[in-house]
Write a protein that binds this ligand. Structure first.
Ligand code: FES
Length: 247
């Protein structure tokens, strides 16, 4: 009989000298990951739609000008991709320098210490110095939003990766969050001058889960610290099974 759906076409390309075959439409970043090559990233996640804002995942593609973001570039047959060149290393370090120049230097006392993707990526790209100093406007932003009963928002730590906004839209179908203003002034907001508590937020926690830094923090984690281990339970009232955290 006729198959219900046409089989997805496969595409073969070369990444760092390895031949990789993936379904059409796969991003270069995912194709590389299939082969165990982890391109540095901050705004991309395994589950959210690619966004292409952090510019950490730049690669070189033979025959193409510039350095495209691998998370938003789809594979093409015969493509020859390089993910590790001295130039790419330099550019990624530069990008990280800019992030860190506008980020508080309180890692040792930050609740995300050891569980922060910004910190991880600084290590991955080999950041040694920040030539621009540490005077970014974010350092001075102490307008923390604590109005939501479940989470706090610290604009000083926000890198505007949009992951929380996308998580809200894509996993919850809610448009409770948006990015307001531009440049140094850009920050996650609940809309025109609204506090999070007045927004459409249903406190599902998707935004907090998606945050790569300590910008969005569960209040319980701030008060009690990270749970030592988590137990996944399915209670009698619900067939879904949530990630209930127990001590
Ligand atoms: Fe590709 Fe951020 S991970 S631009």
């Amino acid at each position: 009989g006729t198959p219900a759906r046409a089989a997805t076409a496969m595409v073969t390309l070369t990444i760092d000298g390895y031949e990789v075959t993936v379904p059409e439409g796969t991003s270069v970043m995912r194709a590389a990951a299939e082969h165990g090559i982890n391109i540095p990233k901050l705004c991309a996640t395994d589950s959210l739609e690619a966004f292409g804002s952090c510019r950490l995942c730049l690669v070189q593609i033979e025959g193409r000008r510039g350095y495209p973001a691998s998370c938003t570039t789809p594979v093409e047959a015969g493509m020859v991709v390089h993910t590790e060149t001295p130039k790419l290393h330099d550019m990624r370090r530069n990008v990280m320098e800019l992030y860190i120049s506008d980020h508080p230097l309180d890692c040792l006392t930050c609740p995300a210490n050891g569980d922060c993707e910004l910190q991880d990526m600084a290590g991955v790209v080999g950041l040694r110095e920040v030539r621009y100093g540490y005077k970014g406007a974010n350092h001075l932003d102490d307008t923390k939003d604590t109005t939501n009963p479940y989470f706090t928002y610290d604009p000083a730590k926000c890198i505007v990766c949009n992951r929380c906004v996308r998580a809200c839209e894509e996993t919850q179908g809610t448009f409770a969050l948006t990015i307001g203003a531009k440049g140094f002034a850009s920050r996650v907001t609940a809309g025109q001058g609204e506090d999070f508590i007045d927004s459409e937020c249903v406190s599902c926690g998707a935004c907090v889960q998606a945050c790569p830094t300590a910008t969005l923090q569960e209040k319980s984690v701030i008060e009690l610290g990270q749970a030592e281990h988590a137990i996944v339970t399915t209670c009698a009232y619900c067939g879904v099974g949530c990630g209930f955290k127990a001590e």
